[in-house]
Design a protein around this ligand. Structure first.
Ligand SMILES: [Zn+2]
Length: 346
């Protein structure tokens, strides 16, 4: 079979589409005949190399995929050959205090398929059965592959961590990215007034189509000033930020008294000035969030499968062109998710 691989960290040219032996499903694992995969920003970090993560090389990346069960290992009773499934990428120990308490995203051993362990961007992938969710008939493969990681992440950010309620004002930064465009849809569905930033007119149109009530061109105007204008000086209740150092000061400045900044990433850097004066005086909360629990994923995917939420696909490429998929993400070209299809499936 063929798999996306890299033998060393580096630029996009380390990515190959290599011929490798077919994987065998181990105990508790399911062999998935992959029909589609989707890229995340995580894939860029994994390719470049992350401090503290020592991957076995060559590494197959990919955290999002969907396909058909081709075989099952021993001790698997949830799935049979022919079942339609998608990957839920978070793995945990199952026995620590946090796992026992029902929140595996807090597990000290929490890891992500494709980032800390072999990923699923291949023609066949052996995946632990607990990392698969059923996909109903009628849901297309790119939708099934593109939804889990970003919709799960955005759902946990907004509902579990920021605890949004109808009528609140929510600002989503980088609305054209995977998590951003999911957050716009989820906040709108929750009955919030949604403000979204994006750099180009087509991206802002897409953001409005996803449910944003107000779109802001952050390159033409300071987004915190624009938020103040649009809210008669009050600010928003929640900011969804995965941009990091470049936006953090303005994110704090966009918040109303008592507001919450919820973050799931720091693409532009992890160490902005803390802004403690603003935090204590305005009684702000800065809240971290990572991935989603299986229960949160079930809740949000039900709303993807029934069409309430829709992952937008900016481009679908053959897996052999994964380097081009990375370029689209690195250059912030387009809106929504980049999907990849095994060349043999095209
Ligand atoms: Zn655990």
């Amino acid at each position: 079979m063929h798999a996306v691989q890299f033998a060393a960290h580096g630029d996009r040219d380390v990515i190959e589409y290599a011929e490798v032996p077919d994987p065998e499903p181990g105990p508790g694992e399911v062999l998935v005949d992959v029909k589609a995969g989707a890229l995340n920003h995580l894939d860029l970090w994994t390719r470049r190399g992350l401090p503290g993560i020592d991957l076995e090389m060559p590494h197959t990346p990919g955290s999002d995929a969907a396909g058909v069960v081709a075989d099952v290992g021993t001790n698997v009773d949830r799935f049979d050959r022919g079942d339609r499934v998608a990957v839920a990428a978070g793995t945990s120990c199952g026995t620590c205090e946090f796992c026992r308490d029902g929140d595996p995203t807090l597990c000290p051993d929490f890891a992500i398929i494709g980032e800390h362990r072999p990923g699923v961007h291949a023609e066949l992938a052996a995946v632990p059965a607990e990392n698969l969710v059923p996909v109903p008939e009628g849901v297309d493969w790119t939708t099934a592959a593109a939804a889990p990681l970003v919709f799960g992440t955005a759902w946990r950010m907004l509902h579990t961590r920021a605890d949004v309620t109808a009528g609140e004002r929510v600002l989503v930064l980088g609305a054209s990215g995977g998590v951003g465009h999911a957050a716009v849809q989820i906040a709108a569905h929750a009955g919030c007034e949604v403000f979204a930033t994006a750099s180009t007119a087509p991206k802002r149109e897409h953001a409005a189509d996803c449910g944003a009530d107000h779109v802001i061109d952050y390159e033409a105007t300071d987004f915190a000033d624009r938020v103040r204008e649009l809210t008669d000086g009050r600010g928003v209740d929640v900011v969804v930020d995965h941009v990091g150092a470049a936006t953090y000061p303005d994110s704090l400045a966009s918040l109303a008294k008592g507001g919450r900044l919820v973050t799931c990433g720091a693409t532009t850097g992890p160490n902005p000035d803390a802004g403690l004066n603003r935090i204590f005086w305005n009684q702000l909360s800065v809240i971290g969030s990572t991935m989603a629990t299986p229960g949160e994923l079930d809740d949000v995917l039900e709303l993807v499968w029934d069409g309430t939420f829709e992952p937008r696909i900016r481009e679908t490429l053959p897996m052999s062109e994964t380097a081009a998929a990375h370029r689209l993400l690195e250059n912030r070209e387009g809106f929504g998710k980049v999907a990849v299809i095994p060349d043999s499936e095209r």
